[in-house]
Structure formats: C-alpha cells, structure tokens
Design a binder for this molecule. Structure first.
Ligand SMILES: [Ca+2]
Length: 166
C-alpha cells in the first residue's frame, strides 16, 4: 500500500468501516467521517498538496518532501479540500525545519517540523494528535489518514479525507 501526501498516523483507533474497501488481507481503506481525525492537516506549497499532523497549537510534523516552495500554508479542520465547510483554519508557516539528513533521492529521514505563524484554535474540528507514550506492539491495529492515494497504481487522489489500517 502506498499513501502519499499524508503523515497522520495513530494506533489503537476504532475504525469506522461503513465505506470500507479491502486493500489486502490486513488492510481496508474507507472515507473518514468528517473531522474524525482533527489533527490531520492539509498543506499546500506552491499549489502542491501534502499532509501532516498537528502536535500542539504552534507545531505540525510532516514530511520533508512536502517543502516544495519556501511558502507553506497549513489547512486545519479540513475534510473536503474542494468545499468550504466552515471548519477550516488556514495558517501560514513561520518556519520549516526539514530533517538535516533528509535525502531527496532516497527519501531517507523524510521528516519536517512546521511552526505556524499564529496558534491554532482548538475546537471539535482542530485538536492535537495524541502522542504515543510507547512503541506500538506487533499486531496492534494502526490507522493512517490523508487525501492521497490508498492503493498501489491509483492515479487520482481523494478530495475527502480517507483512512486505512494495517
Ligand atoms: Ca474544506
């Protein structure tokens, strides 16, 4: 499974499978209920979409390959990126810090921190991701979400937030 434009990842989630599509024996993909992943952010950089996770009111963790241009806009409270839903907060990046050993060719160390120009306002649509206090164990169910591709070879991306487990 290949998921592009995303970095929201959480374990031990309850999966809501009304729209589930089997990806493999261990994985299904489905449309996330609106704002069920309130830490998932949508990022635009020079018109290119990417994703990340809100970790507190000023910081987002994302992927270093998301730094297409020097100017990034972080969209919080998003579900359908083509529809104004009244839940969105859009905040520019004050600072971006790619991993100092990020390798653009191999994508090793593909991490980046983004500091928001102003604090996010927490509400039912915008919340920080619960950070892990321990490593996940073998067999633990995890969830990845984003607006990118959820299947190998898939061409189009989804305007609505999707999730998948493994
Ligand atoms: Ca929207």
């Amino acid at each position: 499974m290949q998921v592009i434009y995303t970095l929201s990842f959480i374990c031990s989630s309850t999966l809501l499978l009304d729209t589930a599509t089997k990806v493999s024996d261990d994985c299904v993909s489905y449309d996330c209920p609106p704002n069920s992943q309130p830490w998932q952010v949508y990022i635009t950089s020079n018109g290119q979409p990417c994703g990340g996770s809100l970790i507190n009111e000023r910081w987002v963790v994302s992927a270093a390959h998301c730094k297409i241009a020097s100017h990034l806009t972080v969209h919080l409270g998003e579900h359908n990126v083509y529809v104004e839903e009244g839940t969105e907060q859009r905040i520019g990046a004050e600072k971006v810090i790619p991993h100092p050993k990020y390798n653009d060719y191999t994508t090793d160390n593909d991490f980046m921190l983004i500091k928001l120009k102003e604090p996010a306002i927490f509400n039912e649509y915008v919340k920080p991701i619960p950070l892990a206090t321990k490593c996940s164990s073998a067999g633990e169910q995890c969830l990845v979400s984003g607006w990118g591709r959820t299947e190998e070879g898939e061409i189009s991306t989804s305007p609505q937030l999707s999730g998948a487990c493994w």
